[in-house]
Design a protein around this ligand. Structure first.
Ligand code: UD1
Ligand code: MG
Length: 452
């Protein structure tokens, strides 16, 4: 069976009270519409058409991909009108599946089941509170119509089975049915749902299948609903991690906005945020309130509380933080120790090296078993250009040293505390740059003048 998928995403989303087009609001770190596109792709359709309108340029920019066609709906005149705009882009596939750009949690398996049948196949939901939704009107179990809240009678409003908006339709019939829609309803819109009686008149079967999991069918119309879906997704992710064997201090206080891959016996304390692709190997421990974005951490490493790591690779058995900042382009080998208030940017640090307190290491290559004393700064920026600092194996850098790049400290050299290093230091030598200490004998501290 061949398939088209049309995703309706032209609506404004007034109730979000936001400049950002509704379908671009992020859920678990990814725009709502991107979730729907992913579900569509999982079905390997002939065509994916996204109907855009409100904020269309922004939506197109974010979602554009070679396998996606965009149809512009200049004026939002209803869901039927929206689907009509997609018609010229459709392939001659048997079935056209309609999805909504603001119903992000729909699962490909649910869709696979829906598209199996024939005729008009509507995904419905049984809701405690059906208010606001189109109601599924059945006679002798057969779907006869979908009536919008605004057009429903008091009796129809009591129906709890609602239209999720997701439906599969025979492509060959679409043009004829959509051409017959009339905006004769409370909202003066071309309702896609009005094709139900048109299909029945053509003796095409119409079926309504309730979704097994209501969350999959919930739409985002407000920030409140977005927050509810976000919590639901996070809860599910946390549950998956627990099942996998990850220790979570509190499954309600971990957020994953992307992909978190964990080895065995990984432990994550409260308040941690993982973004992009993060992988934690066996026995990695993440302390409370850490933020990790696109990070790979090898086995046995501990990240202490309040550390912030972005775009970096961390070796095995390292200790990072508390209060460490690891910035993009950093690679730490095994057994590295980065302590409190240490910032590392675009630098490689070799095995067994330490920077334990209050340092900035930027654009540097640091060898093995190097000791970077407290308060050491690489002065990598001259106001116009960035330069590299090279620190070779077994170097000892005394506290409060500035290394003015470009500069190289060769293997085994020692730098005395408080140095400003502007010239290369040869292997094994001691470099000191400080004013000679003098003592003034008999010097007296000033004393306060007595007030008269
Ligand atoms: C629609 C259904 C209703 C269903 C509900 C489920 C119709 C007539 N009603 O109502 O039966 O219970 O969804 O959430 O279909 N859109 C466009 N262009 C338009 C209008 C809408 O692209 O001109 C898009 C929106 O961006 C959105 C989707 O279609 O993604 C649904 O539109 P919305 O206005 O939310 O429809 P509802 O009134 O909620
Ligand atoms: Mg809606």
């Amino acid at each position: 069976m061949s398939l088209n998928v049309v995703i309706l995403a032209a609506g404004q989303g007034k109730r979000m009270n936001s400049q950002l087009p509704k379908v671009l609001h992020p859920l678990a770190g990814k725009p709502l519409l991107a979730h729907v596109v992913a579900a569509a792709r999982a079905l390997s359709p002939e065509k994916i058409v996204v109907v855009i309108g409100h904020g269309g340029d922004a939506v197109r920019q974010v979602i554009a991909a070679p396998d996606i066609a965009f149809a512009l709906q200049v004026e939002q005149r209803g869901t039927g009108h929206a689907l009509q705009q997609a018609l010229p882009h459709l392939a001659k596939a048997d079935t056209t599946l309609v999805l909504f750009g603001d119903v992000p949690l729909i699962d490909p398996d649910t869709l696979r089941n829906l598209i199996k049948g024939k005729g008009v196949r509507i995904l419905t939901a049984l809701l405690e509170d059906p208010k606001g939704y189109g109601r599924i009107v059945r006679k002798q179990k057969q779907v006869r119509a979908i009536v919008e809240e605004k057009d429903a009678s008091a009796a129809q409003k009591k129906i709890r089975e609602v239209n999720t908006g997701i439906m599969a339709l025979p492509t060959a019939r679409l043009a004829a049915w959509l051409g017959k829609l009339k905006p004769q309803n409370a909202q003066k819109e071309y309702y896609l749902t009005d094709i139900v009686p048109l299909a029945l008149a053509d003796r095409v079967t119409v079926s309504g299948t309730p979704a097994s999991d209501v969350w999959q069918t919930l739409g985002v119309n407000s920030q409140t609903q977005l927050a509810q879906l976000e919590r639901h997704v996070q809860q599910k992710t946390a549950h998956r991690l627990l099942e996998h064997g990850v220790t979570l201090a509190d499954p309600a206080r971990v957020d994953v906005r992307g992909e978190l891959i964990c080895g065995r016996d990984v432990s994550i304390d409260i308040g941690c945020l993982f973004e992009g692709r993060v992988s934690l190997a066996d026995e990695v421990t993440i302390g409370a309130h850490c933020v990790l974005q696109n990070i790979e951490i090898k086995a046995g490493t501990r990240i202490e509380p309040y550390s912030h790591l972005v775009d970096a690779v961390i070796g095995a058995n390292c200790r990072i933080g508390p209060y460490a900042r690891i910035r993009p382009g950093t690679t730490l080998a095994d057994d590295v120790h980065i302590g409190n208030f240490v910032e590392v940017k675009a630098s490689d640090i070799g095995a067994g090296s330490k920077a334990s307190h209050l340092s900035y290491i930027g654009d540097s290559s640091v060898g093995r078993n190097v000791n970077v004393g407290a308060g050491t700064i690489t002065c990598n920026y001259d106001g116009a250009n960035k330069h590299r600092t090279v620190i070779e194996d077994d170097v000892f850098i005394g506290s409060d040293t500035q290394l003015v790049a470009p500069v190289t400290v060769h293997r085994g050299a020692t730098i005395g505390a408080g140095a400003t290093i502007t010239k290369d230091v040869a292997a094994g030598e001691l470099a000191i740059s400080r004013a000679k200490q003098i003592s003034i004998q008999g010097w007296k501290r000033p004393t306060k003048k007595e007030k008269p």
